[in-house]
Design a binder for this molecule. Sequence first.
Ligand code: ATP
Ligand code: LTN
Length: 334
Amino acid sequence: MEGKKIIFSGIQPSGELTIGNYLGALKNWVKLQDEYDCYFCVVDLHAITVKQEPKDLRRRTLELLAIYIAAGIDPRKNTMFIQSHVPQHAEAAWLLNCIAYMGELQRMTQFKDKSSKQGSGASVNAGLLNYPVLMAADIILYQTDLVPVGKDQKQHLELTRNLAERFNGLYSDTLKVPDPYIPKAGAKIMDLQEPTKKMSKSSDNPNAYILMMDPPEVIKKKISRAVTDTLGVIKYSDEQPGIKNLINILSAIKGLNPEEIELEYQGKGYAELKNDVAEAIIGELKPIQDKVKELVNDKEYLKNIYKEGAEKARYIANKTLRKMKKKIGFIPQE
Ligand code: ATP
Ligand code: LTN
């Protein structure tokens, strides 16, 4: 592993995964695993910024690990673990919270969106505000070079960079300043019903998203109901956000440029495009779904992976945390 650049990324077990999570994040992780030393984390501490039913959180955490593996992340090559098993994350988050500004956290788009859903200021939990600081801690603990995420996380990455630079400025060079890695295709998969909004697993309308575990009939139905327009031509343009989104989905799955797809569908109708998009999604997801179903029943196998992953992660994370604490002026334990 020596000499390889380091990648860290994570997904929250806060709901069922959508094809947005898959095409924006997971599918790219699979491509990067050979070239980088990768840490892929199930970020359960982040998930509790919104209320979680304990038994659902337990089920989803294991299912998410199974999805990572089923999607093609090889547990022998990568470090895979559950965030709450590595207490250094919460501890480093505290250290960073003490150099983060209320103003910069309140300006985060995700905070503004999610806090407005939790009601008036008085009842918004502080975890939601501090969420990106914990994310920064996740990343800096591994001296991460690159963070593969969807476009919506770009602002959080900017904050991570600012916090790392601020820490280094205050206490001398300690933390690596990471770069985001945002894919060309699939960086922002849109809502199927309102194609100007990001596809989100927390949408109230199930027709708005496709889940990774949706069966083929459901995928076909949801794609056939996807909102398009009345122009009747297949063009990759902002004037046709619904069509653009379908082209993006196809492009991310097939590894083709949107322009190539546009050319292929010249003179063809929306029904044909929708049918092909549905078939492409089904073809991509089916083997993953079968593997997930098999893996979730093998609790011992999953346990071995997350135990071993956490051991390695704790060791690496602790090295950075120790340095941070020493520079701040805490007395080392030994
Ligand atoms: P929610 O939709 O409930 O706000 P989320 O799906 O955005 O949650 P995570 O589960 O933490 O939040 O997302 C994990 C990864 O998936 C991140 O890298 C994020 O950028 C990416 N992602 C999420 N939605 C999309 C999307 N619609 N298109 C592309 N990437 C996405
Ligand atoms: N905030 C991210 C999830 C996340 C993450 C991370 C992503 C938490 N910690 C570290 C990359 C690196 C989101 O997608 N909502």
